[in-house]
Design a protein around this ligand. Sequence first.
Ligand code: SAM
Length: 248
Amino acid sequence: TSTLFIVPTPIGNLEDITHRALRILSEVDLIAAEDTRHSQKLMQHYNISTRLISLHDHNESQRASQLISKLESGDNIALISDAGTPLISDPGYGLVSQCRDAGVNVVPLPAPCAAITALSGAGLATDKFQFEGFLPVKALARQQALEKLIKQTRTSVFYESPRRILDTVKLIAQVLGSERRLVLAKELTKTFETFYSDSAGACVTWLEEDANHQRGEFVLMVAGDKPDQSDVSAEALKLLSLLMKELP
Ligand code: SAM
């Protein structure tokens, strides 16, 4: 059966691609890429000559039907994005959901994802976490998205651009308090990979003290709220009273 393969590509270091990914990229009939010119460089580096076709946010719904017809007529297709795992703050959701609806075989490959890479090296709790992608651009929506983290006990993971990182960290310090712990993971897998871990207030200072600190790609992680003892016992009392009602 023909298959749509979801193939993650490096997030900075060209060595971060699996043997299986390289084999599939050379064997498929077609590669759907977010930006074909960008991906051409990766293909050249690995001597892969498979034809590339674009699939981005603006043509996805129309492209998806074309690709599904090709899959139904027997072609194998790989989907890649500019970096990391397709569909994770990247195009592909429309295509994969339409493939699933149409009964087309979908096979995802595991490999780089900036969020998971950052989280695994941050030193924050990882037993439960939430991935939030990019914060909304509009001020009110940003503020509201951050307000939801006030009582959130899980680690929250965001993607952020160098243009907005300082404003975002300032807003976090304002909404969640300057003591909330953050980890900024920047330029992962690249030469200047940096993890900076401190209170939101100290992160603002660090970003402001050197323009270079704001450059590059960021994963921003917010430590979960640590409920204080009185919160815990209030919660416990509520639970206890619920349980009491259930007793015969
Ligand atoms: N699909 C990708 C993935 O699996 O990680 C994410 C694509 S999203 C459009 C791009 C964002 O991911 C960047 O703005 C940045 O927040 C994050 N990112 C990608 N590569 C990174 C890297 N090498 N270091 C830190 N963050 C990175």
